[in-house]
Design a protein around this ligand. Sequence first.
Ligand SMILES: [Zn+2]
Length: 304
Amino acid sequence: MNPRKSLIGVPLLIAALVVTACGPGQRSTDSTDSTDSTDKLAVVAAFYPLQFATQQIGGSHVAVTSLTRPGAEPHDIELTPRDVGSVSKAKLVVFEKGLQGAVDSAVASQGGDRGLDVAPAAKLDLKLASGTTDPHFWLDPQRYAAVGNTIATRLSSVDPVHKADYEKNAKIFEDRLTALSTEFTRGLATCQRKEIVTSHSAFSYLSRRFGMRQIAINGISPGQEPQAAALATVSTYVRAHGVTTVYAETLVSPAIAQTVARESGATVSTLDPIEGLTSASAGKDYFGVMRSNLKALRTGQGCS
Ligand SMILES: [Zn+2]
C-alpha cells in the first residue's frame, strides 16, 4: 500500500476530531487546556476507560489521546497511519493486550519499551463460553482501581518529578471507585432477579462482583451477528426465568436486544459497557455512566 495514498482524508478526519472534542459530551475527556501541551507527557491510551484512568491519574502533567474515536466501538478497530505515528511518538502507551489486535501490533512494532499492558493488573480470570478471556475489567470498580495504581506506578517511573502527584491522584481515583463499588453492593443487595440479559458479554466481572449472573445474547464483540439458534435460546431463557428486562447498549444497534425482548415479552433498557463515550452517553464520564447503569439495573432487576 502506498502510505501517501492512505493519508488522503486525514485533514478531514482531524477536523472531525476537533469538532467532536469540543462537543458537550467530551468535556471530561478533553486533555487540552491553556497550558502548552508540549510541556506535558504525551500518553496514548487505547480506548476510553484507559484514557479516563490515565487522565484522572496524570492530571495536568499528561496530554492523553485515545486511539479509539469517541463513539466508536473499540473491539477490532483499525488504526490510521497517524494513529500508528502517535504510538511511535508517545512517552507511554496504555493498552490492554488481547482486546484490540491492531493496537497490539502497533505497540509491538512501534512502542519499544513504552507500552503498558494493563491486563496483568486487571487479573483477567473470567473465561467466556467461547474460551476467550473477558477483557471488560473496568466494569468491576476494584479491578479498575488496580489498573489505575499500575498506571500511576508507570507514570512515576517515566516522569519521576511528579511521582507524588501521580500517587495522590491514584489514591483519589481508588477512593472514588471504592465508593462506587459500595453503591453497587448496596443497590443490588436485594433484587428479585439475578439474571442480567445483555447484548454482548461485557458484564461478567460486574456480575460476579455484585452477585448477578450475565446471560449474553452475543459474544465478546458486539459487532458479531448472533445465530438464530442463539437468539431463540436466549428468548427461551428469558421466558423461563421470568426476566422482565433485556439490556441494549449505546454504541451498537439495539435491534438484537429488541428482537429478544419482542419474542419473550420483556422490555428493553440500556446498560452501557463504557467502551466509548458520546454526547448521548448517560453521564459525562465513567462514574456518571456507571451510576446510570446502577439505576437501570435496580429498575430492571427489581431491586428494593
Ligand atoms: Zn466489549
